[in-house]
Design a protein around this ligand. Sequence first.
Ligand SMILES: *Cc1c(COP(=O)(O)O)cnc(C)c1O
Length: 220
Amino acid sequence: MTDPATALADIQARIARTAQIAGRKADAVTLVAVSKTHPAERITPLIAAGQRVFGENRVQEAAEKWPALREAHPDIKLHLVGQLQSNKAEDAVALFDCIHSLDRASLVSALGKAMDKAGRQVPCFVQVNIGAEEQKGGCAIADLPALLAEARSAQLPVIGLMCVPPLGIEPAPFFALLDKLATDHGLAGRSMGMSDDFETAIMLGATHVRVGSALFGARG
Ligand SMILES: *Cc1c(COP(=O)(O)O)cnc(C)c1O
């Protein structure tokens, strides 16, 4: 297994090089280190190497792992990259600093209430089902204007759009489409690109890349 800190240096260098080719600043791209399924001892070397933004896909797992890890490093930011059930909205608002999976009206209202109650604004990406896949989370492209309007009227801080393109197809057209949708709606953030395609995503405007296995090795 590769040492996560060595992998981190490699990913950071690839992000910087790609951003440079794209004429963008390296710090215009946030690396979200997706640590789901990996135990604390795999994560601490990355924290020691300076990584501060991490992603988890389950509220419960994050609640078990992160309070202890964050104690020594209060500047760590935790991002939720997985689907969120409305009944976990309060827990998610308490635990996460950014939510990448806002995808339906019921969740807009649950998160709005949870943020009001907590007195804490958590930036959100609206997840778009960019490949119109039946099984996949994310709001349909046709429903995006209405969902964004709902989020605005609930005063949710929506900072961008997020997608996971279909597996096994060239992802670039899907990244380009997400970039266009974000532009059309005046949103600055684009959460797109994972271990196998983050460089392509950066070329096409990604502001947040979500990288798991390239940092931590395969998930068990
Ligand atoms: C697991 C996950 C990732 C990271 O995937 P890798 O291919 O391991 O880099 C990114 N985004 C989401 C939504 C995920 O669930």
